[in-house]
Design a protein around this ligand. Structure first.
Ligand code: URA
Length: 432
């Protein structure tokens, strides 16, 4: 539809309420007006709900995303003179992939500027994990970021307030108006920040399963396709992997525990699922940066990735040799019968870790750096009654019962063998 010169919020809301396509002018105007405070929360909430109910087409999603990008700054790393690559995960339990991945990719001469977030609810946040390293800072200004990228090749920092400020406001409103789980709004929210973050290429990890935002494969596929198209339309080489989040990733969940597991991977060891995904993401990021034949396994084996990790930790004020925080209280959960582990539910274990203190309920809450869960068994393992299944860690002993109330129903020991499952469920590549 064509837009009149003067636009009122009511016209935009009415159009979407009636199932019409929003014009580029309408979208640009309302996002700018809401970000400036010229349109109030009540009107924007009504528009969000109309979008939730009636959706947006590809052109509207592109315009919506672009308007959110234009509400703030767009990072520019061209002065580095090397390709840049980024990765984003929709979030899961034990998902520490960015930590070994960034240094691994940077060890091949590709710059990796990663702007990450904090944990909320049962999913952990990369920044909280890194802060378990004594001295490590995630507050890095743009100038320092450029200098670390030049010297080391990778930086993992918090996104400044200048990046897609419209999304910050809109996301907070969606959170309290039940309009978060809407593919056009999720895709534009994530991609506005990622496109504004300025890398040449992006690989998305769209998690699927009980511990993820997306519980089923078809919805996850639709979200991934929408984001991949948005990225490529904006000139960022973008692809996605759909990966399993019905069980936690790796064996360690919680901030300092996940740093310890990261170091194991960088030392050439670590759990098979973490190593497989780290290598697959690294190959995709390096292929997009012009190195399709990079031997990423060799860089983990021979210490190149570890050297880059240590350099990044040092450049961001941390001590790579310092002892990590250790919880004063532990509790072992043991098998109550002989059998085969048939279920280790990611959501139950993620909530358990959060209840032990590893996560936060509100943005401003502190986290316990040493709290979390160490798994001693995996799906399909045969166990005997009394065998240790997992160890719970916390700084506050009275949290064990609360955590176990979530964890115990999610751990099932049965009698039948479990078929091996692939952690990579599907891949979504650019259409053009
Ligand atoms: N993460 C985001 O950044 N935005 C969403 O809408 C959902 C998850």
């Amino acid at each position: 539809m064509s837009s009149p010169t003067r636009i009122d919020a009511v016209d935009v809301i009415r159009a979407k309420r009636d199932g019409e396509e929003l014009s580029t002018d309408y979208i640009r105007w309302i996002i700018d007006a809401y970000t400036r405070g010229a349109v109030g929360d009540e009107q924007f909430a009504a528009l969000n709900m109309a979008i939730f109910l009636n959706g947006m087409n590809r052109r509207e999603i592109v315009d919506w995303t672009q308007a959110m990008i234009d509400s703030g700054e767009r990072m520019d790393f061209r002065a580095l003179g090397v390709p840049t690559a980024d990765k984003h995960s929709t979030g899961g339990v034990g998902d520490k992939l960015s930590l070994p991945l960034g240094p691994l990719v940077a060890s091949f001469g590709v710059a990796v500027p990663m702007l990450s977030g904090r944990g909320l609810g049962h999913t952990g946040g990369t920044l909280d994990k890194l802060e378990a390293i004594p001295g490590f800072t995630v507050d890095i200004d743009n100038e320092r970021m450029m200098s670390i990228l030049r010297d080391v090749g990778v930086v993992i920092a918090s996104a400044g307030a200048g990046l897609a400020p419209a999304d910050k406001k809109i996301y907070a409103l969606r959170d309290i108006t039940s309009t978060v789980d809407c593919i056009p709004l999720i895709a534009s929210s994530i991609m506005s920040k990622k496109i504004a973050a300025g890398a040449d290429s992006l690989v998305l990890d769209v998690k699927v399963g009980s511990g993820a935002f997306m519980k089923d494969l078809d919805t996850a596929r639709e979200l991934a396709r929408t984001m991949v198209d948005l990225g490529n339309d904006a000139g960022v080489i973008t692809s996605a992997l759909l990966t399993d989040m019905s069980v936690p990733l790796g064996k360690k969940i919680g901030n300092s525990l996940e740093i310890a597991e990261t170091v194991e991977v960088l030392a050439g060891g670590g759990p098979a699922d973490i190593v497989e995904l780290t290598c697959e993401f690294a190959r995709r990021m390096l292929a997009a940066a012009g190195q399709p034949d990079a031997d990423v396994e060799a860089a983990l084996r021979d210490g190149r990735a570890m050297d880059t990790w240590r350099a990044m930790v040092t450049a961001q004020g941390g001590d790579p040799d310092a002892a990590l925080p250790v919880a004063p209280h532990t509790h072992d959960l043991v098998a109550d019968r002989d059998g085969v582990v048939t279920e280790l539910d990611a959501l139950a274990i993620g909530v358990g870790s959060w209840r032990l203190g590893a996560g936060r309920a509100r943005k401003e809450d502190p986290v316990q750096l040493s709290a979390g869960i160490e798994l001693h068994v995996g799906i399909g393992d045969r166990v005997q009654a009394g065998q240790k299944l997992m160890t719970l860690h916390t700084e506050t002993e009275d949290r064990f019962d609360y955590a176990l109330a979530s964890i115990t129903p999610g751990v099932v020991i049965g009698d039948t063998e479990v078929a091996e499952r692939s952690v990579i469920l599907d891949t979504i590549d650019p259409t053009r």
